[in-house]
Write a protein that binds this ligand. Sequence first.
Ligand code: SF4
Length: 368
Amino acid sequence: QCRAVCPTGAITIKQNIEQVWDALSDPEIRVVVQIAPAVRVAVGDKFGIPKGENVLGRLVAALRRIGFDEVYDTNFGADLTVMEESKELLERLEVGDNLPLFTSCCPAWVKFCENRYPQFKDHISTCRSPQEMFGALMKEEARMNDASDSRKVMVVSIMPCTAKKAEITRPEHFNDGEQNVDYVITTTEAARMIQEAGIDLAQLEPEALDMPFGISSGAGAIFGVTGGVTEAVLRRLMNSDRAEDLEAISFTGVRGVDGIKEASVKLGDRDVKIAVVNGLRCASEVLDKIEAGEVHYDFVEVMACKRGCITGGGQPVPIGPRTKKARVQGLYKIDKMAQIKLSSQNPIVATVYDGLLKGKEHKLLHNE
Ligand code: SF4
């Protein structure tokens, strides 16, 4: 197993390119790949493509050429996360228990909270992250179709993040003793595989994602930027895709670069108080204030990386102010162009709740 070593010796980051190449050359393995929201606006940096440009179609073409059997979108998993997390928030608001609800899709934040603020552990959402929800669904699909395809399914995620490599090995993300995602490769590892195959991403014609898990909403796309999870959940709770309602949500205060943003939205006759936090220093500040009773929130989104996953540790560097801005704009543009704005309007989401997920929602989409 090949490892990249930090020059200071402080961090050793596991790389998984070799294992993925091995799987791609094995005809007995059906290798399925999912692409995280923030990857598509960053991987182009490695191929001289303008900063922040959405290269999803070209990335799909490249991944097919290097041998992945099916190419899907983690944005679909993000749509499932929105469905489950908004349900969980409503349930907790009704009971008044374990509020605020903390988001769970950033593993670096989850670990930080467990280690430094264990008294808040029960506040973390039980929802699995989008890559884990997608992986669990894929493995379940393979179990159901065992008879028609004897190949072993392997799920690979392309993530902006090195912490996601550790997330997939946490036992609470397993089903029936098996990892739901087999390997995580970072954006830069994916770029390296494409380069090793002699492919220039910039020269490829875009191709469409595979069906059925290639359809996703704009709400799923904005998961890659700070405030995006909250905005997506609010859309679901307000349940409207009218342009003026979507704009009103985007102006609640959830967008922008501040380390701590606050918003208040009306749900029925209740004012729901929200905080959006990026960076773990700001997370400490918010948790200390919650503990001291100085602030009260119902929902708190935390992303460990400043501005969210677009600046994750697996993304191409350098990430200067111009690059950050271009990546953020790239994700909001994807949302703007999306015909489906709400996760609940994704027709494949409805199909899986009626089929693959029926009666297994908790087992597949939540931690124990
Ligand atoms: Fe990973 Fe950073 Fe995104 Fe957290 S915010 S999931 S650490 S890239």
